[in-house]
Design a protein around this ligand. Structure first.
Ligand SMILES: [Ca+2]
Ligand SMILES: [Ca+2]
Length: 288
């Protein structure tokens, strides 16, 4: 088994010694690489070496994601004002991406019958995230936006219950005759991950930003995922803003209006996403 790592600066080739152990199809094998430099992207090529020859390689591009937490652990409100969007990330297994924009960057030819005029704060330069329903989108197309990972494994709930409730709060804008569905999913990570729908809304919800507020009780490290699903037509833009994910049950007056972060500059707090700093590479080995 050999492996090549390549970035623009250099090429690194290593032979992986399986120590006489036959790899088993479908079983995950891991191999740690210590001397990578971040944040360079690398192309990884993995090729089997048999007694006859070197086989075809499989190739993947890997990229380091910087650990990120909200500026203060007390508020956790993301208004998407910083281009790093508070550590949220686009899902790459869906059909399209959420777009970040404000009133100044809106397309002047956009349909007035769908999408918000401004972000939730009502300012021209305030940003929001949205899905654009115009071409080339097709009915059923999905775009997913993932929150940072909340690593709750080491936290004990009240009276040792093991589950810590979290309050999820955000604003949504769903205006238009072709509005599809906005799902909020709870993704709990263990060896694989399990997604469950925690909140869902479909069809036209009026011309204004509306607030969603609900509790979740994740059983382990989790992410919140916003899934926009496009319906049959172009008047179906769905937008979100001011997302807050805080420990503890939701309070009636849990308004994020007073604690919106403008700018959202962040300092690194390694304890929340410490696992992301481990630059381990996992490859499935493909044998013929
Ligand atoms: Ca905003
Ligand atoms: Ca996507």
């Amino acid at each position: 088994m050999s492996m090549c790592l390549q970035n623009k600066q250099n090429l690194l080739s290593k032979q992986i010694d399986l120590k006489g152990v036959e790899p088993v199809k479908g079983v995950l094998q891991s191999y740690a690489i210590a001397d990578l430099r971040i944040p360079l992207p690398y192309e990884v090529r993995l090729a089997p070496i048999t007694t006859y020859s070197i086989g075809d390689y499989v190739s993947r591009t890997i990229q380091y994601s910087e650990p990120y937490t909200y500026p203060r652990s007390s508020d956790h409100v993301c208004g998407f004002e910083d281009e790093r969007i508070c550590g949220f990330s686009q899902d790459r297994t869906d059909m399209f991406d959420w777009t970040r924009q404000n009133r100044l960057t809106q397309n002047p030819k956009r349909s007035p019958n769908t999408g918000p005029e401004t972000d939730r704060s009502g300012t021209k330069d305030g940003y929001y995230m949205y899905i654009e329903a115009s071409r080339p989108r097709a009915p059923g197309d999905k775009a997913r936006l993932l929150s940072p990972l909340f690593n709750v494994t080491s936290v004990k709930g009240p009276k040792g219950s093991g589950r810590v409730p979290y309050c999820v709060s955000f604003y949504y804008h769903m205006k238009g005759k072709h509005i599809g569905t906005l799902n909020v999913l709870l993704r709990v990570r263990s060896i694989a991950y399990v997604d469950s729908v925690a909140w869902s809304k479909s069809s036209h919800q009026g011309p204004d930003w509306k607030k969603a507020l609900f509790d979740i009780s994740p059983s382990g490290p989790f992410q919140i995922m916003f899934e926009g699903i496009r319906d049959v037509g172009y008047e179906g833009d769905i937008a979100i803003d001011d997302v807050s994910i805080t420990k503890g049950k939701c309070k009636q007056d849990n308004s994020v209006a007073n604690s919106v972060l403008i700018g959202g500059s962040a300092k690194l707090h390694p304890q929340l996403l410490g696992s992301w700093t481990t630059f381990a590479l996992l490859c499935f080995l493909h044998y013929r």
